[in-house]
Ligand binder design. Sequence first.
Ligand code: PLP
Length: 376
Amino acid sequence: MVNFLDLKSINAALRSELIEACTRVIDSGWYISGREVAAFEAEFAAYCGVKHCIGVANGLDALTLTIRAWKVLGRFKQGDEVIVPANTYIASILSITENGLVPVLVEPDDTTFNLCPTKLEGALTDRTRLILPVHLYGQICDMPAINEFAQKYGLLVLEDSAQAHGASVKGKKTGSWGSASAFSFYPGKNLGALGDAGAVTTDDDELAETIRALGNYGSKSKYNNIYKGVNSRLDELQAAMLRVKLGHLEKDTSVRRSIAAAYMAGIENQALKLPLEKSIDATSFLEHVWHLFVVRCQNRTAFQDHLRAKGVETLIHYPIPPHKQKAYAEWDELNFDITERMHAEVISLPIGPTMSMDDVSVVIDACNSFNGATVE
Ligand SMILES: *Cc1c(COP(=O)(O)O)cnc(C)c1O
């Protein structure tokens, strides 16, 4: 059986380093907001190339607390609009509605699955305040074009970098392009903890301080509460795990890249549409860190059954778009053709840092032996 993602083997490979880090925390006698969190924040900020990293409890909180901090700082008021891709994972959108702002859904680029800079103009109104690009599946969005648009209209940019740790364009990584950027370290993400964890990165001192206070009961100094905050902190123990994991991230990403390159070279079935690392000019392209390797197939159910019969496990990211979810029943009448077709056709092949090249060959053979309708 080729597993979709073998988390157990990923962590087993780092077992002794993880245990050593755990032991360090146990023996320190300090379990919240201590040395490990401070060290991870400094290391991850340096990795992304920004001034600040603020550890929080998870990726959704990273998004939600950043938007809330801008509200506290007077940058938004109730009813302001946020441009967000219609095909994102629902967390991006929950962070907007949780703050009483209005998501304006836009169709993604059909080839990259990401927010399309040419479609921003059509979504702009006099209430637009923020663009929320999502580096979906691990490919960085066209940030140079998105930032240029944001600058032209005085908009903030919040990157959802939950799936794209380390992806860059023009030599600049996710986490350093937006006014702020939200990361998730959910165990299955490219940089994954051994439980829930997240962070915000930014160069903005005031924003960083406000997010930190909001996630710590609204307090900047102990027992002095200036906001009605929440408890959303990164654990010492998870920070210690993440410091180990961060040390292996570049190597893990290069394994993911080798697997993706093998898929690109080996999968020849015309019934499947492969992903694309899109070029934006003669020298730059939108880099992918292959959190997911997503192909499209018009006959997806038959394809998934075929792979299963060949011993290959796959997943669908995602089966239902946010505007068709019961949680957003008020959007049920909306239609986004590109988004809805994506949700009907996408299927994610196995990929991960401990996947063997033998397993990669099994997946390629299984893809090529599928006899399905061709993509028009
Ligand atoms: C995983 C994910 C999140 C949420 O992260 P959690 O840590 O699970 O809260 C947000 N956005 C995207 C695109 C994600 O993939």
